[in-house]
Design a protein around this ligand. Structure first.
Ligand SMILES: Nc1ncnc2c1ncn2[C@@H]1O[C@H](COP(=O)(O)OP(=O)(O)OP(=O)(O)O)[C@@H](O)[C@H]1O
Length: 611
């Protein structure tokens, strides 16, 4: 076995990196704020205050873990306590029957929760919006009923008492402050995981999938795969917290451990604080839990159920006045203030862009072959035995009247529509002809497409949108950022790189479509009406850009209604009408073709002109 020797230079570089992070006001302010969750209860030293802070840490951690699925991936799970309950019961049962320490049992619970998460997530991700939420509630209810039914194991509705072995090994303490240390540790763990996801390729992919599933697929994202990863991580973290909570409460019953009300509370904290943000769920918890707990503490039994009233009131006020939640609304302004503190406002260093993917192959040889493609939508035949061969290095223009079937053809040759009949072959990097099975496979093989109706990830900046494409070839964030910056420069988007995509005019959005696709470093680029909505100057710039892209070895197919542009740009033109190819050849010949003029201007015009 060989051990890795760490050079002194490497260690000092790492220390310098850590020090530079710690002197960043965003980092030290977050650490100071978080440490208050420990310092305040230690200073006040009251059992009730410690209990409130333990509850904040537990629910903050649960909500942060939920946010990975509900916020980042946009899957509104309302059955998340299923993982919390599984963690709790597994840990308690392992102590009772095997004598296993909860420190180990909690990982067994997490593993089981991951498996259940995959089981729930895989079928449910096909469902959208409220149907997904309802399905997660249904799963929660089934597990709750099962835990009541198997009362020999779980104690049923009567509940289960955790064996009371005192000490750190058994996670049971007389002094409540010890629980706070563990709860705080779990909160830190979930926050670190959540932060790491947010700033990784997975985080970008989850946001992309949440915003536009088709555009994410076109960027090579395996949508189900990334959502499953999110569920697995979230399930494991929720389960760990559930295990700890079982030890804190020392009594488990199905109604509490698999509670729909708790599932909703967890989601609500994230909604109040800011869905899809790292610190939003914790902030929501910090704001709401103490009010409810204090009200309960002061008013005692007479205030039973009051916390629900408090949660509901805060939720209504926040959703009506701040739909993006507290962090979503005030976060950017607050960060500007924080950046003014010592050590703040540092500029990111421009990194050298990674090498472009090499495109190999002989110019003029087929790179894509579509044979007899048929696409039927009910009684309508959108493409009718269309066959095209794309030659490496050419620019192929596809024209035809509205509704001719051009976009349908694009969707077929990029894997978005499975042809009713016919075959598609793409030459892969190894030179062999392959037929990918899904849109993301097409993308990874080098087929990049834009959408006629633009598909920006509205809440991401221009540069982040392009990064989603760049991640396909450059998994590291900094490499993807540098590669995206190179593309932004090429496409003329560098000046507005930090603007949120939803604020762009249509011309900018069209260029962003091209940029995101280009960032995937395709060998075949499918452009669907990218010149629509562009000024004359911008159209000319786009023509020049497409030529420049072709000169780097990329093969281009462009659908276009701007005749002047497509005729000047294309090496070859294919004309489609009513789903069929009616003419094919070089631009000069195609414009004179009787069938083409007839398709655009009608038979009467052709007869009158005597063509
Ligand atoms: N998903 C769908 N379901 C049903 N019909 C569809 C679907 N997609 C396209 N069509 C129909 O198929 C035909 C071809 O549409 P397509 O969008 O491919 O034409 P197009 O040549 O791209 O038109 P345009 O130039 O206006 O964009 C149209 O009649 C359209 O209404």
């Amino acid at each position: 076995m060989t051990a890795k020797v760490i050079a002194p230079a490497e260690t000092s570089q790492r220390n310098a990196g850590l020090l530079s992070r710690l002197t960043n006001p965003r980092v030290y302010c977050a650490l100071i704020a978080l440490s208050m969750l420990l310092i305040v209860p230690v200073l006040i030293d009251s059992t009730f205050v410690v209990h409130v802070f333990v509850t904040i840490c537990i629910f903050g951690a649960l909500s942060t873990a939920w946010n990975i699925v509900g916020g980042y991936a946009g899957q509104l799970s309302l059955g998340h306590t299923v993982f919390y309950g599984i963690g709790a019961y597994t840990t308690a049962l392992l102590i009772q029957h095997v004598g296993l320490s909860p420190w180990l049992g909690m990982w067994a619970g997490a593993a089981l929760s991951v498996l259940v998460g995959i089981g729930i997530g895989y079928p449910c991700f096909r469902l959208r919006g409220p149907f997904f939420s309802l399905a997660t509630i249904a799963f929660l209810e089934v597990v709750r009923l099962l835990s009541i039914h198997f009362n020999g194991l779980t104690g049923g509705a009567a509940g289960l008492i955790v064996p009371l072995n005192l000490g750190w090994a058994w996670m049971i303490f007389e002094n409540k402050i010890n629980y706070l240390y563990i709860a705080f540790g779990l909160l830190l763990l979930t926050l670190i995981v959540s932060w790491a996801i947010r700033n990784s390729r997975l985080g970008f992919y989850l946001t992309a999938v949440r915003e536009r599933e088709d555009a994410a697929l076109a960027a090579g994202v395996n949508n189900t795969g990334v959502k499953l990863k999110a569920v697995m991580i979230s399930a494991a973290l929720t389960s760990l917290v559930g295990s700890f909570h079982a030890m804190y409460m020392t009594f488990l019953e199905p109604a509490t451990m698999f509670s729909l009300a708790t599932s909703i509370e967890i989601a609500m904290f994230a909604l109040i604080g800011g869905l899809g943000t790292v610190f939003g769920p914790l902030l929501g918890t910090v704001l709401v839990v103490p009010i409810a707990e204090l009200a309960r503490g002061w008013l005692g039994a007479s205030a039973n159920g009051l916390h629900g009233f408090v949660y509901g009131t805060v939720l209504i006020i926040i959703t009506l006045t701040l739909p993006a939640g507290l962090v979503g609304t005030f976060g950017p302004r607050f960060m500007k203030l924080v950046d003014r503190l010592p050590g703040g406002g540092r500029q990111r260093e421009d990194r050298v862009a990674p090498a472009l993917r090499q495109i190999t192959g002989e110019t003029g040889k087929p790179i894509l072959e579509a044979r007899n493609l048929v696409m039927k939508f009910g009684g309508l035949t959108a493409t009718d035995n269309v066959s095209i061969t794309l030659k490496r290095g050419e620019i192929l223009g596809i024209i035809g009247p509205n509704g001719a079937g051009k976009t349908t053809l694009f969707s077929q040759i990029s894997g978005f529509l499975k042809p009713t009949a016919g075959t598609i072959g793409i030459v892969g990097p190894d030179g062999a002809m392959t037929s990918p099975a899904s849109a993301d496979e097409f993308a990874r093989l080098g087929v990049g497409r834009t959408f006629q109706i633009v598909q920006p990830f509205g809440k991401l900046t221009v540069l982040e949108n392009i990064m989603v494409g760049a991640f396909m070839r450059h998994p590291k964030v900094e490499d993807a950022r540098a590669a995206a910056l190179r593309v932004a420069r090429l496409v003329g988007l560098e000046d507005i790189k930090d603007l949120e995509a939803r604020n762009l005019p249509i011309g900018g959005l069209k260029r962003l479509e091209v940029a995101r696709t280009l960032a995937t470093e395709p060998s075949i680029l499918l452009l669907d009406e990218v010149m629509a909505g562009q000024s004359q100057t911008d159209t000319q710039k786009m023509v020049n850009l497409i030529r420049a892209i072709r000169d780097t070895g990329v093969t281009v197919i462009a659908i276009e209604h701007n005749m002047q542009a497509i005729m000047s740009l294309s090496d070859r033109i294919v004309v489609i009408d009513s789903g069929r190819v009616i003419a094919e050849g070089n631009p000069q010949d195609v414009v004179k073709d009787r069938r083409v003029i007839e398709a655009y201007l009608g038979e009467d015009f052709v007869d009158a002109q005597g063509i």
